[in-house]
Ligand binder design. Sequence first.
Ligand SMILES: [Mg+2]
Length: 271
Amino acid sequence: MHAKNHDLRRDLAALLIDIDGVLYTGNEPVPGAIEAVAALLERKIPHRYVSNSTRRSRTMVAERLRIMGFPIREEEIFTPAVAAARYLADQKKMRAIFVTTNDVIPDFASAGIIPVSDHVDAVIVGDADGSLTYDLLNTAFRAAMQGAQILALEKDRFWMDTNGLSLAAGPFVTALEYATGKNAIVIGKPSPTFFQLALSSMHVRAGETAMIGDDVHADISGAMQYGLRGILVRTGKFSADVLRQSGVKPTLILDAFPAVLDLFVDTSYHT
Ligand SMILES: [Mg+2]
């Protein structure tokens, strides 16, 4: 273990884990990732999953992981839709236009937020996949011009789908911002509120936690600005060119997620 890893290990107590591109890419688990999650549980290392995935409800994300063989409970997963529903309900903003897939709407419906076409409080933008049309984006634009708040579930540039790099919600959030001259409120990573939600649930501080992910902006830069250590993996959408152009200096770069286990002192030797 070289000096940098030694330094990184100091006071490291907990882990926030990105899902897509870290645990799996497309439909394939990253080799060793299922066993690594089991080891985190066995060694009682506090951890939570923070995903910027906005195509599916949290229940569907959990189900997909379970089918792949990951021992992960739904309550351990934080998604932007769940956080956004809480944010809107707190402000009594219950009427929304959804620039999303239909699959995430249940996360909002369970908080009482409903799809409407007039008197819109919020325009919710996620990765809408094939649901995205000019008409839908234009309807959202008109509502925002009349005063609806633009809520970005995430503002990522792209992600790695089964058939290649694909546009995330960011480009379409930016289109609405450009047209309206308004700024969106970003709910998912790198929003400090989103990281804090996951940290609070395990009663740990940012300074003793590392965020591991494949997105140099949302996962690494965002987490490091909030005082977490940022660990980039060379799986998923990782690209050496993107890393270089970003100017971001991750605390550590690992080939893949399972290597993260080496960063935690194995207390089982002492029992
Ligand atoms: Mg990812």
